[in-house]
Design a protein around this ligand. Structure first.
Ligand SMILES: Cc1ncc(COP(=O)(O)O)c(C=O)c1O
Length: 392
């Protein structure tokens, strides 16, 4: 029998980062000493206290039973306590907080609970690719909202066509931003909430990088009065605590949306391993000692990398947070041409801006999630490149 895959599946392009992993493996197999800065996967090990907590939690037989889809109460209460300390916000742990199998999972599922075929979802361009997944699967339509450097990589809400806004159900945003490194302040969120309430648009703000900031800590969109009527915010343990492999994230905010997402998930998954959830609860409880050293590592890496790229003639806006530098090469060229040129001539793999959307064309994303010595070596190699030889 010939197996025919679904039309929906065929409409997906391979996930950008999987493509880049494949490229890296193929080049390494040829014996090349490739350094990859293509993917944002923190190299810093998870703090020892978190690991020790997880080990003792794994030994508890109660944790070997099915978890609760919306997450265990211990973690949901710690999340509420953390948001109170950090943003001064109170979330009721039973219906305004839900645990996810990494924030990616919740982001991919959210469109199913609000979108009907034909509804629009606004997608930032450039974007984290997973915002598209649930929209495609729920039969929704997408409108790409330009995030341009001249606007500090914030959306120009007034430029989104009225006929699109009228059919829009959902808008994904992400600050501190992957890939641009842009941050949003409370004034931006106030305008956004006003616009969203007026136009009946649900906002899903993705705060995966909220704790990797290089200036003042950024606000939550939910600090804006009335935001809770229309918004949810996604969080992740992956970058904040360098726990990417542990697969824990969470969503907070509008209780109708949080409960609806949970209702959907009850029919799909059973939540993450309770031992891992309790380890993240420990991380949140000890946040103020665990996170500052991690933030400092990324701040220093961002400083050093910006300095090195500027010396090599690259152009960029300094990131306000996150794990990436979003920069344009010394000569104007297509992102993919620059990626292949650097791979071939310097054995450095990076992510092409065009892979994040049309407005990413011309940019390269450097990930700062490799050890300092490797980052330094990539800069040394990049500085040797003769961009006049690109395409020759
Ligand atoms: C903007 C953004 N949101 C969400 C995620 C997913 O994070 P998690 O590991 O929690 O699924 C990532 C991961 O790279 C990301 O860059």
């Amino acid at each position: 029998m010939k197996i025919e895959l679904s039309e929906k599946l065929k409409s997906f392009k391979p996930f950008l980062f999987e493509e880049l992993y494949r490229k890296e493996r193929a080049e390494k197999a040829k014996g090349k000493d490739i350094i990859s800065l293509a993917v944002g996967d923190p190299d810093i090990p998870t703090a020892r206290g978190i690991v020790n907590c997880a080990v003792s939690e794994v030994r508890k037989s109660l944790n070997h039973r099915y978890p609760n889809t919306k997450g265990n109460e211990n973690l949901r209460k710690e999340i509420s306590a953390w948001h109170k300390r950090r943003h001064g916000l109170t979330f009721h742990h039973s219906d305004e907080v839900s645990i996810l199998i990494g924030s990616k999972e919740g982001i991919a599922h959210l469109p199913f609970v609000v979108m009907n075929p034909g509804d629009y979802c606004l997608i930032p361009d450039p974007t984290y690719p997973t915002y598209r997944t649930g929209v495609v699967l729920s039969g929704g339509r997408m409108y790409d909202v330009p995030m341009e450097e001249k606007n500090a990589f914030l959306p120009d809400l007034g430029k989104i066509p009225r006929k699109i806004v009228d059919k829009t159900k959902l808008f994904f945003l992400n600050y501190p931003n992957n890939p641009t490194g842009a941050v949003a302040d409370i004034h931006f969120y106030k305008d956004l909430v006003k616009w969203a309430r007026k136009n009946s648009v649900i906002i899903a703000q993705d705060a995966a990088y909220c704790d990797i900031y290089f200036g003042k800590p950024g606000p939550s969109i939910l600090e804006v009065p009335g935001a809770r009527d229309i918004a949810v915010e996604f969080y992740s343990a992956s970058k904040t605590y360098c726990m990417a492999g542990w697969r824990i994230g969470w969503v907070v905010g509008n209780s109708k949306l949080v409960c609806a997402l949970n209702q959907l998930k009850e029919n799909i998954d059973s939540g993450p391993f309770n031992a891992m959830q309790n380890a993240v609860a420990y991380a949140l409880k000890n946040h103020e000692t665990i996170v500052p050293p991690i933030r400092e590592i990324f701040r220093k890496r961002a400083d050093d990398y910006c300095k090195g790229l500027a010396e090599a003639g690259w152009k960029f806006s300094r990131p306000g947070g996150g794990c990436f530098i979003w920069a344009r090469p010394p000569v104007k060229c297509a992102s993919l041409d620059a990626v292949y040129f650097m791979l071939e001539k310097a054995s450095v793999l990076t992510a092409p801006g065009s892979g994040f959307g049309k407005f990413g064309e011309g940019y390269i994303r450097f990930s700062l999630t490799e050890p300092d010595a490797k980052l330094k070596e990539t800069l040394r190699r990049i500085k040797t490149l003769d961009w006049g030889k690109l395409g020759k």
